[in-house]
Write a new protein. Structure first.
Length: 138
């Protein structure tokens, strides 16, 4: 009985409707609550331990700025997040298309295949290093 209940909860959260609802709820929270002044938003553990910024530092503030249509402010906080949003949206859209044609399948393999993952890792690590070496720049 308990396993059946857990399966039903899993199926509920797997549905697109619930996922979109959760994303919208988070977006509303980030839009109307400025994360710089709030103590209840999580802090970066890497920054707390090392005083260096990780690739995700500034993402909460950048998300707040994006939801308020301040792209320059978002880019100032975390340029990697701002640049990656179209890529992530394309991945989401391609995952929702039921019958991909041969061209879209080839496109998805190029953009999200093994080589792409390594390339993205290089970008993330490069951004991580550069933002800490050139503190005033990135």
């Amino acid at each position: 009985m308990n396993q059946s209940k857990n399966l039903n909860i899993y199926i509920l959260f797997k549905s697109d409707f619930v996922q979109v609802g959760i994303i919208l709820l988070i977006a509303i929270i980030y839009k109307y609550f400025f994360v710089m002044n709030a103590t209840y938003f999580p802090k970066c553990p890497f920054r707390l331990l090392t005083n260096y910024e990780c690739p995700g530092c500034g993402s909460q503030r950048a998300l707040h700025y994006l939801l308020n249509f301040n792209i320059a402010g978002a880019f100032r906080e975390n340029p990697l997040l701002v640049i990656s949003i179209p890529y992530l949206l394309l991945a989401f859209l391609l995952s929702k298309v039921a019958n991909l044609g041969k061209k879209l399948i080839a496109c998805r393999r190029i953009l999200y295949g093994k080589r792409a993952i390594y390339f993205i890792l290089v970008i993330i690590f490069s951004f991580w290093i550069l933002r800490n070496v050139y503190t005033g720049y990135v």
